[in-house]
Design a protein around this ligand. Structure first.
Ligand SMILES: [Zn+2]
Length: 371
């Protein structure tokens, strides 16, 4: 497992480098084909090609209904947030029981676990329902092209197991995720000389500042709604009244019903200064993964298997989104955070706990066998 993980980390695959991501896809296709999977690529213009691998049910299970039922979907992505060349500064290494490297935790360890769980089931000739693996290539940049492929594939499946990193040092599974969105607010005012023609100017910066004070009131922690103006820009020089200013605002919601509510609040914003205009773009782009009955049932199955293995297993909610948000919103039971235990996703200390890789892979194999 570690040598496969090392190999995959060393094929760098940043979301915005199609050639690099496609190299990773080509390698994965070989691995899945060797395991007996039927590989399909979904070619893309800008993003890397998404990859699907389909596996028939376990050999000795052909007679059972499960082996011919709807597949279980193993879901993930093989793009990373790390630019090409990061590997030189952050090489794959194992230290103090942890494996380090760009994308190791999010989520090349999760892909390694998928591959070894399938290998283990094949080696043991275990009966299980068919398995579909779907890995997309633009998850880290919003799954713009991955989303339709993920949704179409998930609709054919019984349940979705997402191999994204687990939560926290104890490796909790994720049974709910917030919905995610972003809105850009752009203000147009009127430029003028701040000394000569002050009265003629209409400051887009001042207008934007006032709008932002309204927008942050949309945060409602008790309902799990947060609004964060994360980027702000505007103006040209200190002696010019700013004609333009804009901000990028991150939105998070815990309940699907809050999406339109929140978007309506934004749409209702009016300029304080009638000589300024405001223009909004964007919205909620990932619905929340709510803690549905189907997800709770999946978690129960996982916990029973873990208990039998002598492994404590708990569930958590997270504010971060994944492709699991899309499948869950379609009503398909989705269990997330089944990937590695570790820390530092998108950060320089990104690493996974080596010892946990093996037990978590066994848990995944057990889940596939039981579903
Ligand atoms: Zn991820």
């Amino acid at each position: 497992m570690l040598s496969l993980l090392k190999h995959m980390v060393e094929i760098e695959s940043p979301s915005d480098d199609k050639a690099a991501v496609d190299r990773m896809g080509a390698f994965l296709a070989q691995v899945f084909e060797r395991l007996g999977g039927k590989v399909t690529f979904y070619p893309q213009q800008q993003a890397g090609n998404h990859l699907k691998a389909e596996f028939a049910g376990g050999a000795s299970g052909r007679a059972s209904g499960r082996a011919s039922g709807k597949p279980a979907l193993l879901l993930g992505h093989f793009d990373t947030v790390w630019q090409m060349g990061t590997l030189a500064k952050m090489p794959f290494r194992i230290q103090d029981g942890r494996a380090f490297g760009p994308g190791v935790y999010d989520m090349k360890a999760g892909i390694t676990m998928m591959i070894f769980a399938l290998r283990a089931l094949k080696a043991a000739s275990v009966a299980h329902r068919p398995v579909t693996v779907l890995l997309d290539t633009d998850e880290e940049v919003g799954s713009t092209t991955g989303r339709p492929v993920v949704e179409a594939t998930a609709k054919e499946c019984e349940a979705v197991l997402v191999l994204e990193p687990s939560q926290g040092p104890k490796g909790h599974l994720k049974t709910s995720r917030k919905g995610v969105g972003d809105i850009t607010i752009r203000v147009c005012g009127r430029a003028s000389h701040s000394g000569v023609d002050f009265e003629k100017g209409r400051s887009a910066i001042v207008e934007l500042a006032r709008q932002l004070l309204e927008i942050v009131k949309f945060t409602d922690l008790s309902r799990g709604i947060t609004v964060n103006p994360g980027v702000i820009q505007g103006g040209t020089r200190s002696n010019v009244i700013a004609a333009e200013a804009w901000a990028e605002v991150d939105l998070r919601i815990a309940r699907a019903a809050d999406a339109s509510l929140l978007e309506q609040k934004f749409a209702a914003l009016k300029p304080f200064d009638p000589d300024c205009t405001i223009e909004l773009s964007g919205g909620i782009n990932r619905p929340p993964m709510e803690r549905t009955e189907g997800t709770v049932r999946l978690f129960g199955i996982a916990r029973d298997i873990a208990t039998a293995m002598g492994m404590p297993l708990e569930e958590s909610a997270t504010g971060g989104g994944s492709d699991g948000n899309f499948t869950s919103a379609l009503g398909i039971p989705t269990l997330d955070g089944l990937g590695a235990v570790g820390e530092g996703a998108h950060a320089a200390n990104e690493s996974v706990v080596v010892e946990e890789l093996f037990s978590r892979t066994a848990l995944l194999a057990g889940l596939i066998q039981t579903l």
